[in-house]
Design a protein around this ligand. Structure first.
Ligand code: SDX
Length: 435
């Protein structure tokens, strides 16, 4: 496609042999690259081909913006490092959902609504019993989150803004309760009911680690660190799990079922499952002197091994969330007096070596949000198989904010990608005796 300068970049011209040139509008966003609107191509009998959607904008959104070359991440225009240090996660939830940071009254009202929806229907506790005790907590969370659609379906009007806000509040409020229950169930401990007098992160720590046998005090440094971890995981444009939620939601499906689709997609080790995979990788490396062996494996095209926690589809520079996570990691280790965390030494040396190796430099492979989160979460006492559950907890606000934005869009249509067909030509069925 070539731009015609005299059209001042308003259209791209697609010249296809034997066809009249096709004019495709160029759309400008507030920030980031222009997009070429290819919607007219379908009527001309052409599809575009972009497996993995590397060069495809699937929607228009006002929620989050990433500049991968500069390592910039904005939630509704606010830089992530400022949000991580100057706000708390519930303020960020309000911001992502409604578009502005709350003032004092708005925050108090929002927090009050969330706090009074943290309980789940008592019958849901029975659903946990259908899972094996050794089930992966993500399998449990995915199943139970989807089951919420059986409790909140009748009377749910996805076209009514108030009904959508109630759904968002319910999900923000209940996901920590369900996440903590997934953990308690996996270790055979009794479920702990939420407490309305604790902060969002403090309540989650309480539901995770308290027992009926003794008083549990929330550590304020850990509470603040966890709240910040939630904030940096809250949203990230049209990543795989958010796109799964949007695609499921585009059919008008129940929003709780759509969130279950997001949880399912996040679980993969190429996506939200990377935090668990990264910690297991650091444990497998085991010592600093084995790092070169794993660096070579990561570079070997015949070896499926990749450095978990490294690389990103969008960031071609340092993931700004990894910076916040690294600082938080050191803060937590200091607070807990964990001087020489063996995995931190391996992670720090692995990062140093990789960032000086041409293979990683030439491919713009940097640590991503998952690289330091595992060490931090394990230091807090969260088991490895719960890391992606923490990610899902934090990302629920991003998922439901995008689902909500999609429902608000005038031109929202069911997502239905096309394909390039490489199968058989048309052919006739032969009877079994003739095959
Ligand atoms: C998240 O999309 C989001 O925003 C996701 C997320 C969010 O907040 O929602 O940011 C959360 O998912 C972070 C990413 C977590 N995943 C991992 O850490 C797993 C390890 N990373 C890779 O699997 C990979 O980097 C991806 C999946 C993250 C990105 O894959 P891409 O964009 O498809 O990149 P690619 O596979 O085309 O890689 C380009 C090149 C390839 O080499 P060449 O074919 O050019 O020779 O870089 C290589 C890859 O082999 N490469 C790696 C690598 N990541 C990419 N080589 C070694 N180790 C790695 N980690």
């Amino acid at each position: 496609m070539q731009d015609k300068k005299d059209l001042s970049n308003k259209v791209a011209i697609l010249n296809i042999p034997g066809q009249e040139p096709i004019e495709l509008p160029i759309l400008k966003g507030t920030l980031g690259p222009d997009v070429i609107d290819i919607r007219a191509l379908g009527k001309k009998g052409y599809f575009t081909y972009d497996p993995g959607f590397v060069s495809t904008a699937s929607c228009s959104s006002k929620i989050t913006f990433i500049d991968g070359s500069k390592g910039t991440l904005l939630y509704r225009g606010y830089p992530i490092d400022q949000l991580a240090t100057k706000t708390n996660y519930l303020e960020v939830c309000y911001l992502l959902l409604k578009g502005e940071l709350p003032n004092k009254e708005q925050y108090a009202d929002f927090e009050n609504k969330v706090v009074h929806h943290t309980l789940i229907h008592e019958q849901i506790t029975s659903l946990f019993k259908a899972f094996r005790r050794d089930s992966h907590p993500m399998a449990v969370l995915c199943g139970i989150a989807g089951a919420l659609s059986a409790f909140y379906h009748e009377g749910l009007d996805i076209y009514d803004p108030e009904s959508r806000e109630r759904t968002a509040i319910r999900l923000i409020a209940k996901i920590p309760t369900l996440a903590a229950m997934s953990y308690k169930y996996s270790i055979g401990h009794p479920f702990v009911y939420p407490r309305n007098d604790l902060s969002y992160a403090g309540n989650f720590l309480y539901m995770m680690f308290s027992t009926p046998c003794e008083k549990y005090e929330v550590n304020p440094v850990i509470e603040r660190a966890l709240d910040r971890i939630f904030t940096v995981h809250a949203d990230h444009e049209q990543n795989a799990s958010t796109s799964s939620v949007r695609l499921a939601g585009s059919s008008g499906a129940n929003p709780y079922a759509c969130i279950a689709a997001g949880i399912a997609s996040l679980w993969g080790p190429a996506h939200g499952g990377a935090n668990e995979a990264c910690l297991r990788m650091l444990e497998e490396i085991g010592s600093v002197d084995r790092i070169p062996e794993f660096i070579e494996r990561a570079k070997d095209k015949n070896d499926p091994f990749r450095l978990s926690g490294f690389g990103h589809r969008v960031y071609k520079s340092y993931d700004p969330r990894a910076t916040v996570m690294r600082e938080t990691c050191h803060e937590v280790l200091n607070e807990l007096h964990i001087e020489n965390h063996p995995l931190l030494d391996i992670a720090t040396e692995l990062e140093r070596i990789a960032l000086s190796d041409d293979y990683f430099i030439s491919r713009n492979l940097y640590p991503n949000v998952d690289f330091y989160s595992g060490i931090t979460l394990s230091a807090i006492g969260i088991p490895t198989n719960m890391f992606t559950v923490i990610f899902a907890l934090a990302r629920t606000i991003g998922w439901i904010s995008h689902w909500n934005e999609m429902q608000e869009m005038e031109d929202s249509r069911i997502g239905r990608p096309r394909q390039i067909y490489k199968g058989k030509e048309i052919r006739q069925v032969k009877s079994m005796s003739k095959r």
